[in-house]
Each structure stands twice: as C-alpha cells, then as structure tokens.
Design a protein around this ligand. Structure first.
Ligand code: DAT
Ligand code: MG
Length: 148
C-alpha cells in the first residue's frame, strides 16, 4: 500500500492543530504507520528541503522549520500521496480552498502548517530521512473491509 510523509510544522504544533490534522487523516480512512514529536536539526532541514536550496525563501524556510517541535508522521492508503496533497490544499494558504488544511487554518505561505510529500520518490526519500525502518509499523485494522 502507498505511503507518504506528513508533518505538522512548528506553527501547527504551537497552534494546537496536531489533533485536528491527525483526525482528518484518520476520518478519511488512511492508516497511521509512524508518528513522533521532534526537533529538526539544520542539517536535516537542508536535506529535507534540498530542492529549494538557492531560492530566496530558503534561509527563512530552514529557520522556520527548525524553530520548534514538529509532528512527523507516515500514513498509508490507496493514492495517499496525491490525496494528502489535496487535503492540505495549495502551498499558499491564500490560494488554498476552504475545506483544506491550509485553506482552513493558514494565512501566509511562510507559515502554512503542514508538509506532505509531492511524489512517490519524495515520499520514499522523506520517510527514510525522518524514520528508522523499525519505527514504521505495519498492522491490520478491522475497518479495512469497509474502506476497500
Ligand atoms: P509544498 O510545501 O506545498 O510542497 P514547496 O515544496 O514548493 O511547497 O515549498 C516548500 C515550502 O517552502 C512551502 O511549504 C512554504 C515555503 N515556500 C514555498 N514557496 C515560497 C515563497 N514563494 N515564499 C516563501 N515561502 C515559500
Ligand atoms: Mg514540497
């Protein structure tokens, strides 16, 4: 089953949004495989956001993502990578539709609450950056027959 890396950013943690965000993914029908509250080092931030190195917002992005605890997660489900991106909404909360996480909770692009992998390649890379293999749990859930 497809897996993706989802992270509540420092603003989402400070604004007490972890529970509501987890609830949206649970209610949708996705399955949680791993989760932890953690601090991101500068080194990890630069790796995670490597594709943005050299862009004008890169330094602010690294400062922001290392500024406080994040809540890192792995979720699984059919088409979870693209579905999670839809649930998050557009990168800039001002373009994100109501009903999406960024549309409902965010105001500016610099503090847009949540990260989600944008492709299968990114998901594999990001899951491996943030989690050890033993931290990612596969387990049966009784609701699966009612989802698939
Ligand atoms: P996403 O997080 O939707 O995958 P992205 O990968 O293009 O978006 O950018 C990563 C993060 O960088 C994004 O969540 C917020 C920040 N960012 C992107 N574009 C920005 C901009 N023009 N100004 C400030 N921050 C920006
Ligand atoms: Mg991205």
């Amino acid at each position: 089953m497809e897996k993706t890396f989802i992270m509540v950013k420092p603003d989402g943690v400070q604004r007490d949004l972890i529970g509501q965000i987890v609830e949206r993914f649970e209610k949708k029908g996705f399955q949680l495989n791993a989760a932890k509250l953690m601090l991101i080092t500068e080194e990890l931030a630069e790796k995670h956001y490597g594709e943005h190195k050299g862009k004008p917002f890169f330094n602010d992005l690294v400062s922001f993502i290392t500024s406080g605890p994040v809540f890192a997660m792995v979720w699984q489900g059919e088409n979870v990578i693209a579905s999670a991106r839809q649930m998050m909404g557009k990168t800039n909360p001002q373009d994100a539709l109501p009903g999406t996480i960024r549309g409902d909770f965010g105001v500016t692009v610099g503090k847009n609450i949540i990260h989600g992998s944008d492709s299968p390649e990114s998901a594999d890379r990001e899951i491996a950056l943030f989690f050890e293999k033993e931290e990612i749990l596969s387990y049966d859930k009784a609701n699966q027959g009612w989802l698939y």
